[in-house]
Ligand binder design. Sequence first.
Ligand SMILES: Nc1ncnc2c1ncn2[C@@H]1O[C@H](COP(=O)(O)OP(=O)(O)OP(=O)(O)O)[C@@H](O)[C@H]1O
Length: 626
Amino acid sequence: MQMERHGFQAEVSRLLDIVAHSLYSDKSVFLRELISNASDACDKLRYLALTEPGLLKDDPDFKVNITIDKAGKKLTIADNGIGMNRDDLINNLGTIARSGSAKFMEELAAHKSTGGTEDQKNLSLIGQFGVGFYAAFMVADKVEVLSRKAGEDAAWLWTSDGKGEFTLAPAEKAGRGTDIVLHLRDDASDYLDAGRLASIVAKYSDHIQLPIHVTGDGEDRKVNQAAALWTRSKSDVSEEQYRDFYRHVAHAFDDPWATLHFKAEGKIEYTGLLFIPSTKPFDLFNPDRKQALKLYVKRVFITDHCEEVLPHWLRFVKGLVDSEDLPLNISREMLQQNPILTKIRAGLVKRVLGELAKKAENDAAAYGEFWNNFGAVLKEGIYEDAEQREPLLKLARFRSTKGDGLVSLADYVGRMKEGQNAIYYISGDSLEAVSKSAQLEGYRAKGVEVLLLTDPIDEFWIPSVEKFEGKEFKSVTRGGADLDQVKADADAKPEEKKPAAEGIDNLIALMKLSLKDAVKDVRLSSRLTDSAVCLVAEEGDMDMRLARLLKQHRQLDATLPRVLEINGSHPLIAALSKAVSNGGKNDAVTDASWLLLDQAKLQEGEPLNDPASFGQRLATMLQKAF
Ligand SMILES: Nc1ncnc2c1ncn2[C@@H]1O[C@H](COP(=O)(O)OP(=O)(O)OP(=O)(O)O)[C@@H](O)[C@H]1O
C-alpha cells in the first residue's frame, strides 16, 4: 500500500499555525496533554476488555513509557491502550474533535478585535483551553504517531510537520497501542533530560492511575505514584493535587470552585470526587451536552458520561464516582434504571446541595460567583425535580429592585412590607430592560421590593412553585397591582393620592370602543406613577414574557390581548379625559388611544400589529405639534 497524503481541516491548520508560533511560556503542557490522552486510551481498552478479555492478549498491564533519544533529539510517549486504526487517525488527528480546541478557536475569533499583540492573546487562550494532541507542535517540528488498534493486526504511521498536511502509511508495530514520536525543535532540547521530565510528570500527572516510566540516560524509572487519587485519604492529597486531578478529569483549565471528596459507607459503598468549576463552560445550555461525571467500578473505568449518576440540572459538576457494589461487567445499557445507581445519585445530589448550602452561608460573595455561573442550571431543578424544590429554592439567589447584590427568598420574605402577602417579580430579557419597566413604578414608590428575573427558565419554574414560606409568587405584570393594602415605609415619600382626572370614565369607555378586541380591557392603574400607560396580563392569563418566548419558538400562534392600564394622574391622560368629556375631538382621541396602546407594546418589547398605521398616526400628531 502507498503512502497517503491528507490535508488538515482548515481550523486545525490555523490552530497548528498558532501553536507552532506561539511563545507559550510553559511549553511543558504538551506532556500533560499527551499523557492524559495515553491514560484515556488505556482506560478505554480496560473497559472494552471487561467483555472481550482477548483484546489484552499477553499484555494485561497498562503503562506509559517516555523514552529519551538524546542523539536523535527525539522524545517518544508510548502507551499500550486502545490504539488507532487508519480511520481513527484521520478522524481524531486531522479534525478538531476536541471541545477544548473548538472553544479555543471560537474564543480566538471573539478576541480578534481586542487589544494586545496577536501572540499575547493566543498565549493566554492556549493556557485557558489547552489544545490537546496539537500541543505536541509546541515543542516538535515533526510528529510521528505509530499506532495499532487493539484486536487488529495492521499498524499505521501518521506523520506531520504541522504545516497543513499529514501523511499515512502502513507500518509495523509489535504490540497494540500508540507511540507518539516528537522530533524536538532546537529550543525544546531541555525536554531530553530525564530529571526534568520526571519533575513535570510529578507536577501534572502524578494522579494518573497507570505507571509512567521515563527511560533515558541509561536508566528506567517510574516517576509517578500511580495510585488512584480518590482512593487516598483526604489528608494525603494536597490542594495542588486536587487541582491537577480536576484539570485532568474535567479537561479543564481553571481551578475548581469547590472540591468534594468523600466515601459513602453503609448499605451501598462508593467514593466520590466531585468538582464544581469556577468558570462557566461555553456549552452549558447546549442540549447535546453530556453529563461530565465518570463512573468507575472498583477502580476500573466504566464510562465517561454516566447520565444516570447525576440529574441533568447538576450537569456542571465534574469528577468521578467509584462504586464498590456495581458488577464489574456492567454494560452501559444496564446502567439505566439500576437501583444501586439510583441510590448513589440520591446520595450525590444531597452532598452537592449540602456543600452549596454551606458555601452560601459561609461566604456569600463566593457563592454569588457560583450562582452567576450556574444558577440558571440549578433553577431547572426547581422545575424538574419536585423532591429537591425546597432545598433548591433556599439556594436560589435573585437580583432585585433593592440594590445590586443578590438576595435569597428568605431575605426577601424577611423584609416584606406590612400588608404585603406575595413575592413580587418581573421577568424579561435583560436586567436593564426589566429594571426600567413601567409596571415597577408603583412598587418602587412604595418601597416594595420586586425580584428581577432574566433567565428564560424563570418562566417555567415559577408556575411550578406554589409558595415559598407560605407566600405566593406574583408577577407585577399580571392582574391587579394590589398595592393599596401594602403599607409604605415611614421614610418613603408620603403617599399623595392624586385624584384621577375628571371624566376618566368617559375616556376609558371611548378607548374600549376604539380598541375593541386589540385589548382585553382598559383600566385605571394603581401601579403607574410616571408613565402614562402600560400593558398587563389578565389574572390567570399567560405571562407576557412566556407568551413571547413561546412565540419565538413557534409554540404559540395567536397574540393574546392584554389589559391596557392608564395612569389617571398623568397630564396626557388628564388632557384626553377633558377632551372626551367636553365632547368632540373623538377622532383625535381614538388615534391617541391606538398610539398609547402601541407605545405600551413598544415599552414591553412586543411587536406592533400594524406598524404602518402607527407611523401615520404618529406623523399626524407630530405635525399638529409644529
Ligand atoms: N494515545 C492515544 N491513543 C488513542 N487515541 C488517541 C491517543 N491520543 C489521541 N487519541 C485520539 O485522538 C483524539 C483527539 O485527541 P485530543 O488530545 O486532540 O483531544 P481529546 O483528548 O479528545 O479532547 P478532550 O481532552 O477535550 O477530550 C482523542 O479523542 C482520541 O480519540
